[in-house]
Ligand binder design. Structure first.
Ligand SMILES: Cc1cc2nc3c(=O)[nH]c(=O)nc-3n(C[C@H](O)[C@H](O)[C@H](O)COP(=O)(O)OP(=O)(O)OC[C@H]3O[C@@H](n4cnc5c(N)ncnc54)[C@H](O)[C@@H]3O)c2cc1C
Ligand code: FES
Length: 256
């Protein structure tokens, strides 16, 4: 699924605070967009700063080919993400894209469960939309209700289920505590993106019931093109760079 990569200056056409720490940013290219797949990401230059030197990776949230736009969800974590949320409509953003492997598309006969936690909710909308499956179940997990972003878009493509660690929205606990997740054996494929511990917990359960499982890893990256080796994940195929060989991995290839 990996194709040609591009470096382009996109124009910011919309920035929108989804909550106090999470922003939706819509960027527009002057050129026709290449084919982009759910699970792929962009590597974004952070401008106007003296202390953020490396690009920062963000999953592709939505693609609008006719309007040549890509949407990103950016949650403030440190200096780079904070700076990116300060950009304004009309500014430009230098982006390398589309990077990494995407999720394997399901078959029409599949019954699929999508699970996103934290900023890992971002690629799940794109996957739900592109999956071609009518009855998609999706569990979105966060620490509190406040951390959940506007969900209207998700409910267009999936049956939505929530978890929060403090119980302020949906089921209290982790995504794996949700009753829908407890029925994992009813699905033929599960796709997940989120923090490492969450991916491991999902993988363990998927292995127990023998369901096809792909997880998207968010290992910390530097170069983004397979040179610095800082994003390496040990796998059954050896140490693989998450930026070029991932971020999506099949459970069977992981050593977990
Ligand atoms: C493939 C991929 C897709 C991603 N998609 C999204 C997305 O759609 N939306 C989004 O908000 N974020 C996403 N992230 C995470 C995002 O790249 C980081 O939040 C961002 O790079 C942090 O940069 P910063 O300068 O703000 O923080 P820094 O100042 O670099 O770091 C602040 C703190 O966060 C830690 N940290 C940095 N990066 C990560 C990480 N990836 N995982 C865990 N801890 C980290 C650092 O160790 C440090 O303690 C993705 C990451 C990857 C690898
Ligand atoms: S980020 Fe440098 S090798 Fe992956």
């Amino acid at each position: 699924m990996m194709g040609k990569k591009f470096v382009d200056n996109f124009r910011i056409i919309e920035t929108n605070a989804l909550n106090s720490t999470t922003f939706l940013i819509i960027i527009q290219s002057e050129k026709k967009l290449p084919d982009i797949h759910p699970g792929q990401f962009v590597n974004v230059e952070v401008k106007n700063t003296n202390d953020v030197f490396l690009r920062r990776p963000f999953s592709i949230f939505e693609v609008d080919y006719p309007n040549k736009t890509i949407s990103l969800i950016i949650k403030i974590l440190g200096k780079g993400s904070k700076k990116l949320t300060e950009i304004r409509q009309g500014d430009t953003l230098n982006v390398v894209y589309p990077l990494g492997s995407g999720f394997t598309y399901p078959e029409a006969s599949d019954s699929i469960l999508l699970v996103g936690g934290g900023s890992g909710v971002a690629p799940m909308l794109f996957l739900a939309k592109q999956s071609g499956i009518k009855n998609v179940d999706i569990i979105l997990g966060a620490k509190t209700a406040h951390d959940h972003i506007n969900v209207d878009k998700y409910s267009k493509y999936a049956n939505l289920h929530f978890t929060t660690e403090d119980g302020s929205l949906g089921e209290k606990g982790y995504v794996t505590n949700h009753p829908v997740f407890q029925q994992l054996g009813n699905y033929t494929k599960v796709y997940a993106c989120g923090p490492h511990a969450m991916m491991k917990a999902i993988a363990m359960e998927a292995r127990k019931v023998g369901v096809f499982c792909e997880v998207s890893l968010e290992n910390i990256m530097a170069c983004g093109f397979g040179v610095c080796l800082c994003c390496v994940e040990p796998t059954k195929k050896g140490n693989l760079c998450v930026c070029t060989e991932g971020p999506v991995f099949n459970l069977n290839d992981l050593t977990w």
